[in-house]
Design a binder for this molecule. Sequence first.
Ligand code: DON
Length: 310
Amino acid sequence: MLTGREIQSLIDSIHGDAVPLLGSGHVADYIPELAKADPNKLGIAVATVDGSVFKTGNAEESFSIQSISKVFALTLALGKVGDHLWHRVGREPAGTPFDSIVQLEHELGVPRNPFINAGALIVTDVLLAGHQPKETIGQILEFVRFVANDDTIAIDPAVARSETEHGYRNRALANFMRAFGTVRHPVDLVLGVYFHQCAIAMDCCQLAKSGLFLAGGGRVPHLKAGVVSKTRARRINALMLTCGQYDGSGDFAFRVGLPSKSGVSGGILAIVPGVASIAVWSPALNAEGNSLIGTHVLEQIATRAGWSIF
Ligand code: DON
């Protein structure tokens, strides 16, 4: 077990080593608001299960968490319908890019897992049942604030608007699944919730804290009761390991060996079960749409701290 001082000096050193690498990769540009991101940013935060937070670089600058929000939406949907969720969405790696439509044609509109966009839209559809879109957006935001113990977390309206105007592939996915009947609510309502959950903005410190319940076997330091059961935390971590980096999940397991979820804005949340929750942010992406330098930083942390589930 590393001391706090050792964790701080480790992330400072890894940050320093990574700065010269900034400039490789490409910032996502299919949502105009995301294209404005500065590729030279790099933030790292580590929240340990005892409640301490260590940070370095641009760890206190907010960014929209994008697909990392799928972890929180999944947790809420499991809380709402339990294992019935698995009748609506699979739990196998897709082996396709995050926004792919090809598998839906062969598998009758049932997405492979809850982390590809199609699967996340089904999760949103599940959360919408019995609620207005505004209530569902509010529930997701409240849940994130609750687990992070931070009521200042908010949605970036410019990002939500930008994606509403330009989210052509998500619109196609939702319409395609609606044709199969696997999306049950009007497409515009499902997309409205999904685009707003993706636009939840956090900095690395807030994001690391929001993942602590998955590092703590369902428990967080500021709450007496657990957020989810130990079994549910373990299963969410398993899905993050196998599907959290899309068709880069195998390579990420090989290099880092931690459950994780990436977002197209360059954030990655990684979980060290029993030890810590790590958030990194660097906007330039690799070919799979995951942060290039963020992945490198996590590989360094996992290797140098000996933090891996393998
Ligand atoms: O669905 C989208 O296009 C985005 N709002 C989120 C995608 C995303 O973050 C993919 N991850 N790398």
